[in-house]
Design a protein around this ligand. Structure first.
Ligand SMILES: [Zn+2]
Length: 453
């Protein structure tokens, strides 16, 4: 499409979106009425993208239906419409328990050379890929259930078309790179099924990359297979996601990736010293790479005080809970009563306010620049979100706060979604450039070797 046509089309779409703005509710307490009205209009005219929601886990584990308005959790289709959330990446989350404590290399080292014939299974159960497949099925079942209100999307063009069609754009991202079980063929299969990003790790190290959640490194970043995973994702046009990886893995990914990368749900370590957050230097490197950090709303990643208090009380509570479970029979009334008492004695610490989340967004803008920040809520995946960001319906308040902080409409739209769309488009373009390249293959003789530097 030529540039003029694209500009006309996008202007027409913007007008159409503005015409569809739902009526503005009364401003929240303490909000300036005219700025609130403006924020509402800007928010609903913008393409709002969230790169990380765990609603998929509810779909699979609780048979959750996104159709009706629900009293618990953070998201469902009616609330998504109220919050003006146009597109979301639904997490194809594979917990580390599906991988095992220290899973084996998928390809046994005793089989040198190539990925054919297929190696025998190593004897250790690895249910990671199967779990990812179940999650993907849950995603598609949900989309099929509500075709009038949502649609599965696989590209920037799909997202823009869904917005024009007034349907929620639903995309998939794998959380936990062990989902591919160390197999580049499985990575390609997940891409064929429609998955468009992958966090290289979750809380566990895997066959090719180190996580930030394990103290002792396994590879010291990416190994040789890890480099091939990143290069294959570049070739396929999958967003490489560095949320959850170790700092060394983060550095390695930026050194080898042939396309911009994302942090789908991470906050600022300068404001809350948690290894899941990224440092200012990491953010500068990410900006230089052309990528984007999507700020996570989890209280424990935003507020050091909350983090400290919840960690301390959770530990004491856990010890006493274990004692009660030993003392009383499972399912007994005595046990239930003891657990209830523990809940009362160890209440969750007070939630930080929306202002704490806003500080992370503003800090990220200050350090990384306006083009390298976005939103990755972690809705339905975290136990606590700030007061004033209680669920997806509260999103327009973030737009208000950004305008209130002095950012103009164009800047706010970048944060709300355009930055992510730009990075996604760059990844798609790079994939087209790499189209002539042969797919990468496993090689059991070299996959576990340190990466070439
Ligand atoms: Zn996560």
């Amino acid at each position: 499409m030529n540039a003029l046509l694209a500009a006309i089309l996008s202007a027409a779409l913007a007008t159409f979106a503005a015409a569809q703005t739902p009526p503005c509710p009364a401003p929240p307490t303490g909000y300036d009425a005219s700025l609130w009205q403006k924020a509402w209009t800007v928010h609903h005219a913008a393409i709002v993208v969230d790169t990380h929601t765990d609603t998929t886990s509810r779909i699979i584990d609780e048979d959750f239906d996104m159709g009706p308005r629900s009293k618990d959790g953070h998201m469902d289709l009616p609330r998504i419409a109220d919050g003006g959330l146009d597109a979301a990446f639904y997490s194809i989350y594979v917990a580390s328990r599906f991988y095992g404590e220290e899973g084996p290399l998928f390809v046994p080292a005793t089989r040198p050379g190539g990925d054919w014939p297929r190696p025998e299974p190593t004897g250790t159960v690895n249910g990671s890929a199967r779990r990812a497949l179940d999650m993907i099925d849950g995603f598609y079942r949900t989309v099929a259930r509500h075709p009038d209100r949502m649609i599965a999307c696989f590209s920037v063009a799909d997202i823009r078309a869904a917005v024009a069609d007034r349907r929620h754009a639903a995309l998939m991202g794998i959380e936990g790179g062990h989902a591919i079980e160390g197999d580049l063929g499985l990575l390609r299969q997940f891409h064929r099924l429609g998955v468009r990003y992958m966090t290289l790790t979750h809380t566990n190290h895997n066959e090719y990359a180190d996580s930030c959640a394990q103290a002792t490194p396994r590879w010291g970043g990416l190994n040789t297979l890890g480099v091939k995973v990143v290069h294959e994702m570049n070739r396929l046009g999958m967003l490489v996601d560095v949320s959850h990886v170790s700092d060394a893995t983060f550095g390695d990914v930026l050194a080898v990736s042939r396309a911009p990368v994302i942090c789908s749900h991470s906050s600022m370590r300068a404001l809350c010293p948690h290894p899941r957050n990224i440092t200012d230097d990491m953010l500068r490197a990410l900006a230089k790479n052309g990528g984007v950090v999507m700020i996570n709303y989890n209280c424990g990643f935003l507020d050091p005080e909350y983090q400290k208090r919840s960690a301390a009380s959770e530990m004491t509570k856990k010890i006493q809970e274990n004692a009660a479970r030993e003392k009383f029979a499972a399912g007994s009334q005595e046990l239930e009563q003891a657990l209830r008492k523990l809940d009362e004695r160890f209440p969750a610490p007070p939630r930080p306010p929306l202002a704490t989340l806003v500080r992370h967004v503003l800090h990220a803008i200050e350090i990384g620049g306006i083009d390298h920040v976005g939103l990755g809520s972690d809705f339905d995946g975290v136990p606590c979100v700030p007061e004033g960001m209680d669920d997806v319906t509260f999103l327009p308040r973030l737009t208000y706060e950004l305008l209130h902080a002095g950012h103009d409409e164009a800047a706010v739209k970048k944060i709300l979604g355009e930055n992510l769309l730009r990075v996604f488009a760059a990844v798609e373009a790079r994939s087209r450039e790499l189209a002539g390249e042969a797919p990468f293959r496993n090689d059991s003789a070299t996959d576990a070797a340190p990466r070439a530097r």
